[in-house]
Write a new protein. Structure first.
Length: 290
């Protein structure tokens, strides 16, 4: 038993170390001298002129650009979109879930119907349709000129995160609202707002933190999938999905152009899942999964 526990602790430490290191590299890339610009080419300047673990750590791509630098800058964009999306989805979905679980009756039926409808549609289809519609609005109307692809993808992923988060919070709220301290607060005449904010919300925090970690992993995959299908951030900004897509045709000649971004995405998603699962086990949260 002790060996299993120790192994789990090491996996948590490794996951946290990876995420902390990646976050520092991604958001401080402009100030770190050993990270080249994502558009900077090798001196030779021809396709795949550098192999991995030479002067270019991850090798160079078909235009002679540093794959490691492009992976780091791609992490910056992917993490920013996923984090903003999960925050918006958590706030909106959390409010809807608390209202449905606490008040029940008509509000519960309406919110549950909304979440069922949202979960019935394939997420990738919704993301493509809405993103494409936003692109059309931006091209045809000056009022939407500010709506860049970054914001449209963030908004789409936020919408997709609302329904599963609302269902998780609803289940947790239903369970917590039947506990003794909540019933005691109600019997003492506490108003519904006070019960929600002072009694239920603090007990939802562990579940929400677990869901946030797991949700970021899901949204990273979703953003990478959209980029792979061509619904990525405007050129020349790199993302992991775009790096995988633009180099996949050269995987026989230069595997590193595709495999290295895949490894970065896999390690990051795995790390978020490990930490989310660790928090869920720590607080015995069974419903905290997307």
């Amino acid at each position: 038993m002790s060996g299993v526990t120790k192994k789990r602790d090491w996996s948590t430490v490794l996951a946290a170390t990876w995420l902390i290191g990646l976050t520092i590299l991604a958001f401080a890339a402009d100030y770190l001298p050993f990270i080249r610009g994502y558009a900077e080419s090798s001196p030779e300047g021809f396709a795949f002129s550098k192999e991995p673990f030479t002067s270019f750590l991850f090798g160079s791509d078909q235009l002679g650009r540093d794959v490691f630098a492009r992976c780091i800058y791609g992490a910056q964009i992917s993490l920013r979109i996923a984090l903003f999306s999960i925050i918006i989805g958590t706030v909106v979905g959390g409010i809807l879930g608390m209202v449905a679980g606490f008040f029940g009756k008509a509000s519960d039926r309406a919110i549950s119907a909304f979440t069922d409808v949202m979960l019935a549609f394939p997420p990738i289809v919704i993301a493509i349709l809405v993103t494409g519609r936003f692109d059309a609005l931006r091209k045809n109307s000056e009022a939407f000129s500010w709506l860049s692809r970054t914001w449209s993808i963030t908004f789409v992923l936020s919408i997709l995160a609302i329904a599963p988060l609302a269902r998780i919070v609803r289940a947790q709220t239903l369970s917590i609202s039947q506990r003794e301290f909540v019933l005691a607060a109600r019997s003492l005449g506490a108003r519904n707002g006070r019960v929600l904010v002072r009694e239920i919300l603090p007990n939802l925090v562990p579940a929400m933190v677990s869901v946030i970690f797991t949700g970021v992993a899901v949204l990273l995959i979703a953003e990478g999938g959209l980029a792979f299908l061509g619904y990525s951030i405007e050129l020349p900004t790199p993302t992991w999905g775009r790096l995988i897509a633009e180099n996949r045709n050269f995987i026989r000649e230069a595997w590193w152009g595709t495999i290295m971004p895949c490894v970065m995405l896999f390690a990051t998603v795995l790390s978020f899942n490990v930490l989310g699962d660790r928090i869920a086990r720590r607080f015995d949260i069974r419903e905290a999964a997307l």
